[in-house]
Design a protein around this ligand. Structure first.
Ligand SMILES: [Zn+2]
Length: 478
């Protein structure tokens, strides 16, 4: 069998990541620094994420629409925290059609500004609310240090932007979408996540509350996997979005926004990948079963292809995404290695002897011995086998996450623990930004998540010893 030449994950995780992205045909760097070319295998995985999210957005009452890429710079400046937060990352168009523009145009780093200035013309009365809209698009945030999928200047995402008549309704919406993200991460991507709140210093610029789902990668670093923001009335005030309420009084509308990006492809790689490459959860895999025919002569070829085609058709008929790899120019060993690298959950091998015995060799990407199964049984049992692989990946990632989650009550153990093992470290926090900053300086860790509902930790702040007001989970993060 052709061995994939990847650096060992345990020896050099960053180098392993770069090589998996490259060799599995996921993405490569564009001509301009920070830009990425998403290749077919990477894009097919993104399409799977899009489908999973989009069907849930629609099931929760949202519609898709599309806003322009560019908007006037002055529009952006209206919400003070927002513009300050994004200023270092914004790209501005100053010339067009060979002429200097009268007003520079911002390339969207996110679309609150253009959307809320438009909502001002769409919202007049409580009868116009709620607006439950989402757009699929690209955004641009000028990044100095970039890594494919994880941090690129341009990335693809969806951004939901909703407007509501009451604070309660907007908060409900922000939490509903957090739950949608949790469900897609866990049930589709098989990534166990911690849902919760961000600390004030980690909030989205302009948000009153930012909710997040956080994942722990195989190198024990955390990754923010999707965020949902309760924006209060900040954007309605900045863009003068007022409506007549049922009592006939003018009120500012309440807002949420929420986003999930191609960064999640990076999360997927780093949660499930191993020394042989990617391992894709069946619910997301563009190809769930790859059939590799094995033959030496023309005669064998005819026999093996006939049987392989029958199996392919039967599996496809059962709704399974199957590919018969009948490429003549590659040897079976090469094909095994390639499907393994690309993370296809199940590989089937069929040779002349298998045809004779009416059986097929089945190999699971999650491990275990290859086994010969009767053809009818392999077909009938494939959906269950894929379900099993889906839960195996989730369970394995959960076990790893749990093994690397620590409760801590004193600062010295916390500093030492993060330095030696990284992972999640949970303990009491007094809620002061000074302690957050001190811990960040001493450990390079940040507060990843606070419980959705504030919990009294019943202990002293890990950092300063003052009474704790929150239970915080810390980690080093991407
Ligand atoms: Zn403190």
């Amino acid at each position: 069998m052709a061995k994939n030449r990847l650096p060992k994950q345990s020896e050099d995780f960053p180098a392993w990541y770069v090589e998996v992205v490259k060799q599995a045909g996921m993405a490569e760097h564009g001509l301009v620094k920070g830009m990425q070319i998403i290749k077919p295998h990477g894009y097919a995985i993104w399409e799977g994420m899009q489908r999973a999210l989009d069907e849930r957005f629609k099931a929760t009452g949202h519609e898709n629409l599309y806003f322009p890429l560019l908007f006037p710079e002055s529009l952006f400046a209206a919400e003070k925290d927002h513009v300050e937060g994004f200023a270092p990352e914004v790209a501005v168009v100053t010339h067009g059609g060979g002429e200097k523009l009268e007003e520079p145009l911002v390339i969207r780093p996110t679309s609150e500004a253009v959307i809320w200035s438009t909502y001002a013309t769409w919202i007049q009365s409580y009868r116009d609310l709620p607006l439950l809209y989402n757009q699929w698009c690209n955004v641009l945030r000028w990044e100095k240090r970039t890594r494919l999928f994880l941090r690129t200047s341009e990335f693809l995402w969806q951004e939901g932007h909703t407007a509501h008549a009451t604070s309660e309704e907007a908060m409900e919406e922000a939490l509903r979408m957090l739950e949608v993200y949790r469900e897609v991460a866990e049930d589709v991507l098989a990534i166990p996540v911690l849902p919760g709140r961000k600390s004030p210093s980690e909030r989205f610029p302009g948000a009153e509350e930012t909710f997040t789902i956080e994942g722990l990668m195989r190198d024990n670093k955390a990754l923010q996997c999707g965020t949902s923001h309760f924006l209060g009335q900040n954007f309605a005030k900045a863009y003068d979005v007022q409506f007549l309420n049922q009592q006939g009084a003018l009120e500012y509308a309440w807002a949420t926004s929420w986003g999930f990006s191609t960064r999640m492809i990076g999360a997927l790689i780093m949660t499930h990948g191993d020394d042989q490459g990617l391992r894709l959860p069946p619910a997301l895999a563009p190809v769930q079963v790859a059939i590799v025919p094995i033959y030496r002569s023309e005669e064998e070829h005819a026999l093996v292809i006939e049987m392989s085609s029958k199996i392919r058709d039967a599996l496809a008929g059962n709704g399974i995404k199957v590919r018969l790899d009948d490429r003549d120019q590659h040897r079976p060993g090469f094909k095994f290695g390639e499907w393994e690298l690309k993370g296809v959950p199940v590989r089937m091998e069929i040779g002349p002897r298998d045809v004779e015995a009416d059986q097929v060799v089945v190999a699971r990407r999650t491990g275990g011995d290859k086994e010969s199964l009767p053809v009818a049984g392999a077909i009938a049992g494939m959906a269950a086998m894929l379900d099993g692989i889906q839960s195996d990946l989730y369970d394995e990632a959960t076990a790893l996450r749990n093994a690397n989650t620590h409760e801590v009550t004193d600062y010295a153990s916390f500093v030492e623990g993060i330095a030696s093992e990284s992972g999640y470290w949970a303990g009491a926090w007094c809620g002061r930004v000074e302690c957050e900053q001190k811990a960040a300086t001493d450990t390079k860790a940040t507060i990843r998540v606070l419980p959705v509902e504030r919990e009294d930790p019943g202990a002293a702040c890990l950092v300063c010893g003052r009474p704790g007001v929150e239970r915080a989970t810390w980690a080093r993060a991407y």
